[in-house]
Design a protein around this ligand. Structure first.
Ligand code: ZN
Ligand code: ZN
Length: 300
């Protein structure tokens, strides 16, 4: 009974029903060329709305952007049905400030599936925790404020209304531009909270569970280089090397060529190397202590 009282029924129903409708669509209305195109457009629009907009622009302020760029990705983020900019960024800042603790909304300490999806349905009083998080910069941004205040109608219109209005094949537009793109972008984002804290290396920081892995980067539009991101959250890059798969980084760089983004933030190379060295040193420390204990008395 206690468990039932802790369930948030609206997000649970929304996520469950949308998964069911998507599976129904995949079986009864197999995807055709139009459906693939609607899916791709809506996946890119809403997926980068989260990574380029919600995450690297508003949550971490890793770069600055013109109003047209901010408006476009604010709309993309709304289309992803993941909550408003204000709601999303506040939770994400909690995740970084209190990684792996009980305050972390999607920390890995309650298991893989909790950090992937179950946290969304868990009713939790976060009033005290939110007092530790400053979102004055988001409130000061008129586009972020407008999107957050109008999120409900805006998100439904962009997620389902837009594909239905512009798609000629309405059934394909609904099932693939609307439902499938929503569900896959959800999992894309959720993998950053689950898989990116479970799978991979901790080359740049090992104080938290965040890790870097190519597979997670592939599944998350580049966000899976997550260990580096937790070590340097104000960098606009997650894949630190030019060859590391991070389309979000490449899109921000493209935006900067056209003057749509500017003041891209990235730490100097010596800071990155220092972080790598400190991690290696911390990993070697237990062996040094052990070898001192074991071998020094024998050599006397
Ligand atoms: Zn982050
Ligand atoms: Zn994380």
């Amino acid at each position: 009974m206690k468990l039932l009282k802790e369930v948030l029924w609206f997000p649970l129903s929304l996520v469950f029903i949308l998964h069911l409708i998507t599976i129904f669509g995949l079986i009864w209305f197999p995807i055709n060329k139009s459906g693939a195109l609607y899916f791709l457009i809506m996946y890119i629009f809403s997926g980068f709305g989260i990574t380029v907009g919600y995450h690297r622009l508003w949550s971490h302020r890793t770069y600055k952007a013109s109003w047209i760029w901010r408006l476009f990705w604010a709309l993309g983020g709304a289309a992803s049905l993941q909550g408003s900019i204000r709601w999303w960024c506040r939770l994400h800042r909690l995740h970084h400030s209190f990684s792996d603790s009980d305050i972390d909304p999607y920390g890995p300490n309650k298991g893989f599936w909790y950090s992937h999806i179950l946290w969304i349905f868990h009713k939790k009083d976060r009033k005290d925790a939110f007092t530790k998080i400053n979102i004055a910069d988001i409130e000061a941004d008129p586009i972020a404020r407008w999107q957050s205040n109008n999120y409900r109608w805006l998100s439904l219109f962009l997620a389902f209304g837009v594909p239905l209005i512009f798609g000629e094949d309405k059934i394909q537009a609904y099932f693939y531009g609307g439902c499938l793109a929503r569900v896959l972008v959800w999992h894309t984002t959720w993998f950053v909270n689950s898989l990116a804290h479970w799978l991979g290396d901790d080359e740049y920081a090992n104080e938290t569970s965040a890790k870097d892995h190519f597979l997670t980067a592939l599944l998350t539009l580049g966000e899976g280089n997550h260990g580096f991101h937790h070590a340097f959250p104000t960098s606009y890059k997650n894949g630190v090397r030019w060859y590391q798969y991070d389309p979000t980084k490449w899109l921000i760089e493209l935006g900067s060529i056209f003057g749509l983004c500017y003041e891209l933030s990235h730490p100097p190379e010596n800071e990155i190397q220092k972080a790598r060295f400190q991690v290696s040193e911390r990993k070697l420390r237990p062996f040094q202590i052990q070898s001192n204990g074991l071998f020094l008395p024998l050599s006397k």
